[in-house]
Each structure stands twice: as C-alpha cells, then as structure tokens.
Design a protein around this ligand. Structure first.
Ligand code: FES
Length: 646
C-alpha cells in the first residue's frame, strides 16, 4: 500500500502513513499534541487541524491538492450544523491521501501555553490533570447482568484505554441518572493525577471545566478560578482570613489553640467556610455554576495547612516544630469543607518544606524555578515569618526566619495594613529633612497639586509595611538616624520635625487636624529586629552554601511586590547585590498554585524538589544569633555593602 509523508507543525514531528490513515491516528502515533474529547466521533471539534498548501522546500514536501480526503458524511454534518472555519478539518475524520503538512492550531493543543496573569508570571504549559472523555455505554441487558458503573468503566477502557478508575460515593449516586439522561452517552471528567472520575455529564459536554488556585495566607486568602483546558483565569478574588479574629499572626493562632480547648476546630471551621464562600463568589463572578469546579490546588504556610486540614497546630509552636505530614495531599474537596463545588471534586495541597517553611514556599520554588537555573538566587517571601530559599540547579537550601509582624505595619506606632489611606512611599530631603509621601489610593505625592483632593475620601490613616521601610531607610540616608538606629535630637539633625518623646526622639512625618503620624524610636527598633531576622536567615543559608554574595535576589509575596529594592538594601534587610539583580516576583505562591493546577507534571516535580531541598533550622543554628546581632546596625555592623556606596 502507498504511504505518504505527514508532517505536523509546529512540532515538526513527521512520519509515513498509509493512504486512508485518519489524521488523529497519525498524530497519536507520532505523539503530536492534538486534543479530542469525543474519541474520534466527529462531534467535539477539539481535533481541528489546518492542512497546508503548495510547496514547503525547507521540509522537503510539496502538498498536492487532495492530500487529505474529501469531507465524509460525519464531517459534512458537523460543518453544516456547527460550521468549520475555512480550511479547517476534523482530524478524526480527514484521512491521509498524499504528502501533507498539517498545522495544529493552539486551541487544538492540550499542552498549549497559558496567557500570563501578571508580567512577573512565568508562562505555564497546559498539562491539566482533569480531562474530559466522551463515551457511549452499553445499555443494561437481562441476559448479561452487570452494574451501570461496570459498563461505564468498560466503555472508558475500550474507548479511551482508561482502567481502574476510582469513583467517590457521592458521584456513584449520579451514575444511573446521568447515563439515562444522556441516553447512554456521557462525558466523564477524569482526574489523571489520581486515576479517578470526578464528574459526570449527560451527552457531550463542550463547555470547559474549572479549577481553583488558592493561596491561603494568614492575613488574606486569594484565589484564581481557571479554565482547565486553556488555563485562562476566569475570575480572581480575595478576602481577609476570618481566623484573624483568633490572632493577628501565626503564633498567636497557635497560642489560641493551646489555651482554648477546641480552639483549633473553631479556626478550622472559619477558614473552611471562607474558602467555600470564595469558591461560590468566583463562580458567580465568572457566570458559571459552582458545580463546574472539579479541582482546587491550595498553597499555605504550615500553620494554615494544619488548621485547614483540622490538625491541631500545637506541635508547630514548639521545638522541634514537627509537621503532621510534609507530603503533598490529594483529598476529596468535601473533606475540607468545599461542599459547594462538584460532588466529586478533588483538592491537591502542595508539600510543605519544613515546620516553618510551608507549601506556599514550595509554590514559590515552583513558580520561580531556581532549580532550573545557574545563577545563585536568593528568594525571600516576606511576611510575619520570612520564608527564604537559596540555590540554583546544583543545590537548594531553605529556612524560615521569625521577622514578626512589623513589616506588615503591626507593632509600629502609626502602623496599619496596606489599605487606602496608608502611607506607602516616603522620601526625605537630605538637606531640609522635609518629607514627602504617597498614600495607597492616590498616584500623587503629598507636595503635588491635587493631593488633598485625591486623598479626601480615604484620609491619611497610618503607615503600612512598605511605608515604614522607606521611612526608616530615608531617615538613615538623610542623617536623621545613625548606623545604630538612634534618632538624633533637633539640634543634631537640624530639624524641628524631631520631637522629644520620653527619653528618645520621634520624627514627625505628617500632622492632620486630629491625627499625627510619627516614626518613633520604638518603631525603628521593631524594624531593626525584623530586618535583622530576615538578613540573618539569608546569611545563614549563604554560610551553608559557602558564599558571600548571590547573583540574584527575588522578593516574593504581595508585600515583596511593594518593597523598593533600594530601601530594602539601605536598611540591610537583604544582602548586598547589584540593585538591578533585585526583582519582585509578585504573588509567586499564587502563581505556583496556578502552575500546579494547570500542569500535572509540575506536581510530581515539586514533590521531588521538596525532598531535595536542604532544610536549615534557624532556631538551633548558633550562627543565626551572631548574624542577627551584627545585622542590627543599619545597614550592617560588619558586612560591606559596596553596591550602596556605588
Ligand atoms: Fe472529537 Fe474529532 S475528536 S471531533
């Protein structure tokens, strides 16, 4: 029998196939990424391809007219009913008749690249765990009795090669009504990561399924609702973590659990309710039923992880900070209170790295991929507890450092969360010592026309984490604060903004009719303690790696996105580096959750990587204290900061 050259683009995969071979069959044999939901019945249109015309000298092929078969009855019926774009063919119906170059458009590829959500996001290649499979199921027969589920499984095996699929009880209850509603034709959502049926739909389901990528933080919960076939973000949203009422930071929540019998369960119930409500809210915003959500991926720190799972976090509050489990988890969504999404929906929780370095840090590692690059990269996720990763493709190290909540505006006299009205940027004139600032919600600086009008609604209510970092760094650069962190007197500094405040001085940043915002000596002290802890953690990892400098510094987290690298370095929060090598990764943990949601292989990758990461425990490392004390000075007592001098 004659055979022909078949070349698929853009992959360039090629082979020789006999006359009459369906394009979908040729694609499968060559491992070409061509989608199919209906299994070649000519009804889903996922297998659309575009045959080329004319000659392709570089490929050594000339496509002759009639290289693919004419429309058959199935393809003609599809075209008449639904319409194919000009030149497009159904790959499962068109057969090879001559040498041909076949283009697989992005929408027909399973592993297409996803549009980025933010500029800092790395592209995601789709490899979804959940895929749809349309099957025709044998009707029951008195002479050959077998269960509907068994016949459904037989159909999945014979038509898609899927065997041994698990199914949960709530979904088993749907098998009979769905099969009959679909007249024995049904679309099955299969989670291939778990070899499990997660949803059933009568007939052919053409609308995509959705998944949630959730970053469960101690202060806020952020989630993206994603299309599981394209990766497109259909809705995004966030809310405050309702556990805040039990304690602002992680350790106060652990204490609440220790002091109040059943307190952990109260916190578990609160966060589960919030997640379920957020799922419904995002589904409503996207205009889809929440039952279309068949998967969720969750990243969080270890305390949030345990409280979400209903595990008492008390062991995380005391040495040796043992996790109940550090492994990745695959759970029924209903097990963690996500009851408003699909009955068979599954949840994947990323693995934790160590007792204080959670699944959120693992997600940051997944998003930033330091293990796939040569430059030695220091990644800092700044929060109440800083999670720090250092390494490259050779070796990865991680630790956490107890920075406390000062970087989030807590423990600061005029501190507040980052919200409209909070001072977020500060500049101080080194000669006049006069400040100018910007508040969240306005693009204008305080000395620009229109500032009063622009901030009328929010007012000026306090100073947030990035604001206090800039204020202290600017005070140091303007000579208001010395290297030890002491605020000078009005006479020493030459400014009436310095005021005696007990036995120390404060710097007046702003004064309104009923509110004054100062930077006090205690504020400086709180920032010194926080930044020393952060620096000491980073330095400890550098000691372990045997280096004095790093090639790249990445500031992760929502807060990291707002820190000015220059001010962070002036303070000595981070080690010295070329300022152009200090970048923000935005919400890298949230992006890591999206990657794990859209790409099944990424789950196996991060599980392997976490096992490989060397965990350094700061609490028992003698050099941590040494580094901490030396880092109290601004920027540092002994370490040189040559890039600040430049
Ligand atoms: Fe469904 Fe071709 S595979 S139409």
């Amino acid at each position: 029998m004659t055979d022909h050259h078949v070349i698929f683009m853009p992959s360039g995969k090629r082979g020789r196939f006999a006359t009459g071979t369906p394009v979908l069959t040729a694609a499968r044999q060559l491992g070409v990424d061509l989608d199919s939901v209906c299994g070649g019945r000519g009804i889903c249109s996922k297998c659309q391809v575009q045959p080329g015309e004319g000659s392709f000298p570089k490929l050594g092929v000339t496509v002759s007219p009639g290289a693919l078969s004419e429309f058959n009855a199935v393809e003609r019926r599809y075209d008449e009913k639904r319409g194919l774009k000009p030149g497009r063919r159904l790959g499962c119906q068109a057969t090879v008749q001559g040498d041909v170059v076949i283009d697989v458009p992005p929408e027909s590829q399973v592993h297409r690249q996803v549009v980025r959500k933010a500029a800092s996001d790395k592209p995601i290649v789709m490899d979804p765990a959940t895929r749809l499979h349309f099957v025709t199921v044998e009707e029951p027969d008195m002479d050959a009795p077998s269960g509907d589920l068994e016949r459904l499984r037989d159909a999945l095996e014979s038509q898609w090669g899927l065997n041994g699929l698990e199914i949960a009880l709530p979904l088993l209850r749907q098998v009979q009504p769905v099969l009959r509603a679909g007249n024995w034709q049904v679309t099955v959502a299969v989670n291939h990561d778990e070899n499990r049926i997660t949803a059933l739909f009568p007939g052919l389901r053409e609308t995509p399924l959705l998944g949630l990528a959730i970053d469960l933080g101690s202060t806020t919960i952020a989630a993206h609702l994603c299309d599981l076939s394209t990766g497109e973000v259909r809705a995004s949203g966030g809310m405050m973590n309702p556990q805040i009422r039990f304690g602002e930071d992680l350790m106060s929540r652990v204490s609440y659990s220790m002091m109040n019998p059943g307190g952990d369960l109260e916190m578990t119930a609160a966060v589960r309710q919030a997640l379920d409500a957020l799922a419904v809210e995002l589904a409503t915003e996207a205009g889809i039923p929440s039952g279309d959500i068949v998967e969720a991926v969750i990243v969080c720190n270890p305390v949030m992880h345990h409280l979400l799972l209903g595990v008492d976090p008390v062991e995380l509050g005391q040495s040796p900070f043992a996790l109940a489990t550090s492994d990745a988890l695959r759970l029924a969504a209903s097990d963690i209170g996500l009851t408003s999404i699909a009955d068979g929906a599954r949840v994947y929780v990323l693995p934790c790295i160590a007792g204080h370095v959670g699944a959120d840090a693992a997600a940051v590692a997944l998003a930033e991929a330091p293990d796939q690059a040569d430059p030695l990269t220091l990644i800092v996720d700044v929060g109440t507890n800083a999670e720090i990763i250092l390494g490259n493709r050779e070796r990865l190290l991680a630790c956490s450092s107890p920075t406390g909540p000062a970087f989030e505006g807590a423990q600061i006299s005029a501190g507040q969360r980052a919200a409209p009205g909070a001072i977020e940027r500060v500049q101080i004139d080194p000669v006049t010592k006069e400040p100018r600032f910007r508040v969240i919600g306005s693009e204008l600086w305080s000395d620009e026309d229109g500032f009063a009008e622009a901030t009328k609604a929010s007012g000026i209510t306090g100073i947030c984490g990035s604001g206090i970092i800039e204020a202290v760094a600017e005070m140091r650069m303007a000579g208001i604060v010395d290297a030890k962190g002491l605020i000078g007197s009005p006479a020493q500094v030459g400014s009436s903004r310095l005021e005696l405040d007990g036995r120390t001085h404060s710097y007046l940043l702003w004064e309104g009719d009923d509110r004054r915002i100062q930077v006090t000596q205690n504020d400086i002290r709180a920032i010194q303690l926080a930044k020393s802890a952060l620096y000491a953690g980073a330095r400890l990892l550098m000691d372990e790696a045997g280096v004095d400098t790093v090639d790249k510094i990445t500031l992760a987290g929502a807060f990291g996105a707002h820190i000015s690298p220059k001010h962070a370095m002036v303070l000595g929060m981070i080690p010295d580096a070329d300022l152009t090598a200090v970048t923000s990764a935005g919400n890298a943990a949230g992006h890591g959750a999206r990657i794990a949601l859209c790409n099944r292989a990424a789950r196996a990758h991060i599980e392997g990587l976490v096992r490989r990461i060397e965990k350094i425990e700061t609490a028992v490392a003698p050099r941590f204290q040494e580094h901490f004390v030396a880092a109290n000075a601004i920027p540092h007592a002994t370490a040189p900061f040559p890039h600040l001098m430049a």
